[in-house]
Design a binder for this molecule. Sequence first.
Ligand code: HEM
Length: 119
Amino acid sequence: MMHFGAIIFVFILIHLYQFWLQMKMGTLEMVTVAGMDHPIADLYKPCYEVFGNIGFVLFYVISMAILAFHLAHGFSSAFQSLGINHKKYTPLIKFIGLIYSILIPIGFALIPIWMFLNR
Ligand code: HEM
């Protein structure tokens, strides 16, 4: 768990550098979008570049698998740590937590895969 947490932390640092920091530094082109009254940073471009590299695609997909594992375990651990234990509801909450922990990272992982395959 601790190692997975550390990997996720490294993932967030790299991820923020690739997109969020580029936007904040003003290095991205500004584009006008229909319906918006001011120009916005063109984040599609760095996504297109990063996810054209199979190494980064694998890095994102593996990070999402680790995130799923981390969340699935963390969810049930949180209940244990808080001492919440109900015969009927705890297994149900844990099941919903497990599904959520798996579905959300799958949704995230589909973005780099989709962008790599559709160019
Ligand atoms: C794998 C698919 C992902 C893609 C394609 C993606 C893409 C992006 C992009 C383009 C930005 C900059 C735009 C913005 O700040 O609104 C961003 C920001 C961010 N991302 Fe992601 N992201 C992904 C997954 C994740 C995951 C799994 C996490 C957390 C574990 C995460 C955490 C963040 C954070 C904290 C920001 C800064 C948000 C902010 O500006 O308020 N991202 N992401």
